[in-house]
Design a protein around this ligand. Sequence first.
Ligand SMILES: O=C(O)c1ccccc1NCC(=O)[C@H](O)[C@H](O)COP(=O)(O)O
Length: 260
Amino acid sequence: MILDDLVKATRKRITLEKKVHPLDELRSQVNVLTLEQEFPFETCLKQPQLTFICEIKKASPSKGQIVKQFDYKKIAHDYERDGVDAISVLTEPKYFQGDLTYLTAVHKEVSLPLLRKDFTIDPYMIYQAKLAGASSILLIVAILTNEQLRCYLKLADQLGLSAIVEAHDETEIQRGLNNGARIIGVNNRNLKDFTVDLTTSQKLREFVPDDILYISESGIQTREDVDQLRHFGVDAVLIGETMMRAKNKKQTLQNLKGES
Ligand SMILES: O=C(O)c1ccccc1NCC(=O)[C@H](O)[C@H](O)COP(=O)(O)O
């Protein structure tokens, strides 16, 4: 399964990165930052209207290369100008052609809350996310033990980072909640065969209490999709490919929001 490959590649990458910049070095840099505890990512998800998180994503395992021209700074500016609420930046290099430096650069360019989209399997990656300017990280239940989930959520909290706890079924949602998740993300993409079914977000909605933020991720293409998800009671949508392929991002976003 693709998640196994992603975890393997991530472990290899992080092992190398730790040799260049050991954990203690990252820790001491984080210590000199003023740790704000405002959780801007969560604040933006709590607004009354649906929150739009749009992604900066060059390639993916399911689609291969999505865009040839990849001016991530311009995309970030366009997203901010056009009314996106938060930005997700893929930092996984092997399968998504992402890079942590994209996140650092985007943080310098825009003031929107940023999600480090990666396959977090080590606390080291949470420190990296903080130093790169993220206000949120991704924790995928399927690749973490309960103890890891609990510890990573605690560390994120200490660093003023929110965490999207991604689940694919009722059991994973329960594990996320039992270990302290405040945000549950449901992935509409089946990671075994890459098929997308937006009703996954509908089917799993009932297992997430109303005081927990609920994000629908992947496969969102049209205004009808967004309307449907709004109707299912999601707090936010995470949209990657549709926005990345859009020639006119402003118009596409307005259309998705139902403003044009
Ligand atoms: O996008 C993939 O092919 C993929 C495959 C395996 C694991 C994760 C994957 N995507 C990460 C994401 O969560 C999406 O980039 C995000 O939800 C946006 O999805 P989309 O709008 O379909 O680009």
